[in-house]
Design a binder for this molecule. Structure first.
Ligand SMILES: [Zn+2]
Length: 333
């Protein structure tokens, strides 16, 4: 029997947005290092604040905190934006960033004057991807949303999506034909990877293909320099475990070098620290029971029990640490 603190792990997808050591202290207790991913979310602190904090806390006394940087897209439609973005990337990498994050505002929020949406495969971004490919700088991509976002609430597979999109109809794409469809986001991302076969790319959130393992497999086979992270989508794996556990175990075996663990916990300064501790402890323990044991499990996310995957230590070590080290080039940070 394996225990969660048996080996040093990395939670490779957090958002460290508060000036406190709540999460690093908990990480020390559970043998985690952390990777905080700077992201241009409107409710998050400014990119420069996120970057400065990540550097300041990188050597705190509790655990190592790695960080990925992002670029400012505010003037992306202006001439010479790409030059400025590349400069920003160079500075971030010099300051220790392990990669560059591209968020879903590209595809779902930034619009041209004619109302059309800027997509990841549009010419404005081409020089930036060329640079990142040439320099072998890892790219972290969150494009689109879970496919549930484009389905009626009753057809969604996991409870958190039902709750979220019921409460936020403005983000429920099923109700918004004026936005690009689900497959357009997938296609835009795939186009970038086809054009840049040497680009080191991590498709965050199971590359937004969380609903179908075959779709993930197709991309991983087609793009050898692509990996995925599991952040905020493990509930979808519960769903797959319930539907076809053997397939999911085969998936982890076949792609054991390309799957990266992360929770997507957000340390929002307005949240009580005890709530963060409770939520993150809950996630780390539940995910561990799911990946590392064969226990019969249940979750409010899915409507029937499912069984843990009981993955061997060699695979757990990769998913929980080795793959993040490799794909984000962390050993030389
Ligand atoms: Zn995130």
């Amino acid at each position: 029997m394996l225990f969660i603190d048996d080996f040093q792990k990395i939670d490779a997808h957090i958002h460290f947005n508060a000036n406190r050591t709540t999460i690093p202290e908990l990480a020390e207790e559970y043998s985690f290092d952390l990777l905080t991913i700077n992201t241009e979310v409107p409710e998050f602190p400014a990119i420069s604040t996120q970057q400065e904090r990540a550097i300041r806390y990188s050597n705190n006394s509790h655990c190592t905190i790695h960080h990925a940087a992002t670029i400012n897209t505010e003037n992306i439609l202006e001439d010479r934006w790409a030059d400025k973005a590349i400069l920003q990337i160079k500075q971030a990498i010099e300051q220790g960033a392990c990669g560059i994050k591209f968020w879903k505002n590209i595809g779902m929020s930034i619009q041209r004057p004619d109302g059309s949406f800027l997509m990841l495969d549009d010419p404005e971004l081409e020089a930036v991807f060329e640079f990142l490919e040439r320099q072998q700088i890892p790219v972290l991509g969150h494009q689109g949303e879970p496919k549930n976002c484009w389905l009626p609430v009753d057809d969604m597979t996991v409870q958190s999506d039902k709750d979220y999109f019921s409460a936020h109809p403005q983000y429920h794409m099923y109700q918004h034909d004026e936005y690009p469809g689900y497959w357009r986001h997938i296609e835009a991302r795939d186009n970038v990877l086809s054009r840049h076969p040497q680009l080191q790319f991590v498709g965050l959130h199971i590359a937004s293909l969380e609903w179908n393992l075959e779709e993930v497999e197709q991309r991983l086979d087609r793009f050898p320099n692509m990996a995925i992270d599991l952040a905020e989508r493990i509930s979808h794996l519960y769903y797959h475990a319930r539907e076809d556990r053997d397939h999911l175990i085969r998936f982890f075996k076949k792609y054991q070098d390309r799957i990266i663990y992360g929770t997507d916990i957000i340390d929002d300064p307005d949240t009580d620290p005890s709530d963060i501790v409770e939520e993150l402890t809950h996630r780390w323990k539940n995910h561990w029971h799911f990946l590392a044991t064969d226990k019969e499990l249940s979750s409010p996310q899915v409507d029937a029990p499912f069984q843990g995957l009981n993955l061997p230590l060699s695979i757990l070590e990769k998913v929980y640490r080795g793959n993040a080290m490799h794909w984000y080039q962390l050993s030389n940070k």
